[in-house]
Design a protein around this ligand. Structure first.
Ligand SMILES: [Zn+2]
Ligand SMILES: [Zn+2]
Length: 354
């Protein structure tokens, strides 16, 4: 059987089609036929090879261990077609969601259960070959999850946009049921956040976006109110809508502008969770940390345990109301281009398996 993969061979240059023999799984490895591969915004950064860190500075990803050529794609559902001699708990024909957030499995962070925060990350589609391909080699069956009654196309985005939104919401769970939660950015992850917040019991979800189409999508996804992030009085509107400031703001964009909007929007004792990797910087006067008793924290994708919880939640309460469009594998370049141009509402999922 032949394997076809679209690879980044040079940062920012068009992806190249690579063809070769399908690999034979060794040891504990599991070979999957890719059924669905979500196209994620962070792929644009990986493709470009850097994150903006404010002031025109860049965080170079190749220097940080990303090796080219790289097949991106970290939101994958596949069907098991072969297993290595030491693989267990999995058999040919199983349809599984792949947890891409793999670490070394041995350091103290991994041992605590936060493999997604490993200091030697080996994430699928980032540090090792991903799902913009007909086939995907997964190092161990413990990274595979039964998707229950979900379809591969619906389940795939849960591996990144889903668990990223879920993990961020878990960090403000204490106030979620009683107080409005403010979500900035209604792109793929933000919309997932809106709908998951409702499933987790949030009675009020205020979504902020500068794009009217995305604000409409947020309302359809279950937001109880939307605010135009470009409005000069956006902070004031949040304070009015939350009765004096929000306990919890999640920034799914992560630009200088959105992070400042988030910090300005919280009440004393409130929490800002930054999730988005758009890039930028913020300056917070140090006295504000104690005087406003504020918490400013980050959240990066999600843990093994959180993926399991999320799959349980979605199987119990229904799929998030996020529009999903499927495209063939050969259109990966166009799909990434549309995402960069801001033309995608919801999620695009490639279907290499037809
Ligand atoms: Zn992603
Ligand atoms: Zn580790």
């Amino acid at each position: 059987m032949r394997m076809r993969s679209y690879q980044v061979c040079e940062c920012g240059a068009p992806l190249q089609l690579a063809e070769g023999d399908t690999p034979a799984p060794q040891g504990t490895q599991v070979l999957m036929k890719v059924l669905a591969a979500g196209v994620c915004h962070s792929d644009l950064h990986i493709w470009d090879g850097y994150y903006e860190v404010g002031g025109g500075r860049k965080l170079n990803l190749v220097e940080r261990g990303i090796k080219l050529p790289l097949t991106m794609g970290h939101e994958n559902v596949g069907e098991v077609i072969a297993v290595g001699p030491e693989a267990s708990d999995v058999k040919v024909g199983d349809v599984r969601l792949v947890n891409p957030w793999i670490g070394c499995g041995e350091c103290k962070v991994c041992r605590r259960g936060d493999e997604n925060l490993c200091v030697k990350p080996q994430s699928i589609g980032v540090y090792r070959q991903g799902g913009y391909s007909t086939h995907l080699l997964v190092p161990h069956s413990r990274h595979l999850f039964d998707i229950g009654r979900l379809s591969p196309r619906d389940a795939a985005p849960l591996a990144c946009s889903g668990v990223t939104a879920y993990s961020a919401l878990k960090k403000v769970e204490a106030t979620l049921k009683d107080e409005p939660v403010v979500l900035i950015g209604a792109g793929g992850v933000g919309l997932m956040g809106v709908t998951l917040a409702r499933k987790m019991g949030a009675k009020e979800v205020i979504a902020i976006d500068i794009d009217a189409t995305k604000r409409d999508a947020a309302l359809k996804a279950g937001a109880t109110r939307v605010i135009d992030g470009a409005a000069p009085d956006a902070v004031k509107q949040v304070h009015a809508a939350t009765g004096g400031g929000a306990w919890a703001v999640i920034d799914f964009v992560g630009s200088s502008q959105t992070a400042n909007l988030a910090i300005g929007s919280i009440v004393k004792g409130g929490t800002v969770v930054v999730v988005g990797l758009f890039g930028g910087d913020v300056t917070v006067p140090t006295p504000f940390l104690p005087l406003r008793a504020m918490t400013l924290r980050g959240s990066y994708v999600g843990s093994h345990r959180e993926i399991a919880e999320l799959l349980e939640l979605v199987n119990r309460s229904g799929m998030p109301e996020v529009p999903i469009r499927t495209r063939p594998l050969d259109e990966v370049g166009e799909a990434l281009g549309d995402l960069r141009a801001g033309k995608v509402v919801g999620r695009v999922v490639l279907t290499p398996g037809g």
